[in-house]
Design a protein. Structure first.
Length: 256
């Protein structure tokens, strides 16, 4: 187990839970190393549980982004090699840290993990892979398929561009303090085929509108996006959670 310095204070506002289980750290890094990469960004290194392994990887350009000034200072003093590579900033507000394609890794703060994914979606032309730890429920939602109660906006939008693999579960005991929920590590790998939607903007609008009233029949949830004639088609008698990603993409060609 990793012994954390008492001088480091956890901030609930930042959703901080320190990963302390070395076996889990190595398992995450092993999952990262399955695929080649030359540029790597770690989001929220915290006390450096993963960082100490990442800075050892040869022949890559590595950067880490940390919003908490106290944690950034600790990382600089503990891992001097990290000093030029540490960006003290809010990941959700920063510009892309690299030219060209890069991989993302992190034990993501629970309270902004979904926002992190949407930011990665904005950068999808550059992000070649993601290895991330999430609250288990969120990880399952990202990986969910149509017909599941957990299938929603984040499932469709991520899976429209990335293959999602739920790699393994992480128990509460792997963290300090222990969260009240289990965690899950997932890997995102870009899909080779382009999304067969009319435009990505229309696809995003349709998916978000459909799930905004997910209990309603699709006909009622998205009625403002289609003509009355199109809304009579059988597919609109289903609910959003019953449609595949391909069906959402196909429907964009019939939008007003």
């Amino acid at each position: 187990m990793i012994h954390l310095p008492s001088s480091l204070n956890l901030k609930k506002s930042l959703g901080q839970h320190f990963l302390k289980d070395e076996a889990i750290c190595r398992q995450i890094v092993d999952a990262l190393l399955v695929n080649p990469f030359t540029q790597l960004l770690e989001i929220g290194p915290g006390a450096g549980a993963l960082t100490k392994y990442l800075i050892e990887i040869k022949d890559i350009d590595f950067k880490a982004v940390e919003i908490d000034a106290q944690k950034a200072a600790y990382l600089r003093s503990t891992y001097p090699a990290l000093i030029p590579e540490l960006i003290e900033a809010d990941f959700l507000r920063m510009n892309s840290p690299f030219e060209g394609r890069f991989t993302v890794i992190g034990n993501f703060p629970y309270n902004i993990s979904t926002q992190i994914l949407f930011k990665i979606l904005d950068w999808r032309e550059s992000v070649e892979r993601v290895i991330g730890m999430f609250q288990k429920e969120v990880a399952q939602r990202i990986a969910a398929h149509e017909g599941s109660k957990t299938y929603g906006v984040i499932s469709v939008l991520i899976q429209a561009f990335y293959k999602v693999e739920f790699l393994f579960e992480v128990s509460e005991q792997a963290f300090t303090p222990q969260p009240k929920v289990k965690s899950g590590v997932i890997r995102l790998t870009p899909l080779r085929d382009p999304l067969p939607a009319r435009t990505e903007k229309m696809f995003f609008l349709l998916v978000k509108t459909a799930f905004n009233q997910r209990r309603k029949m699709l006909r009622n949830a998205v009625k403002g996006l289609f003509t009355e004639e199109v809304l009579q088609e059988a597919i609109f008698s289903r609910r959003a959670e019953q449609l595949t990603i391909g069906e959402f993409a196909d429907l964009t060609w019939k939008m007003k």
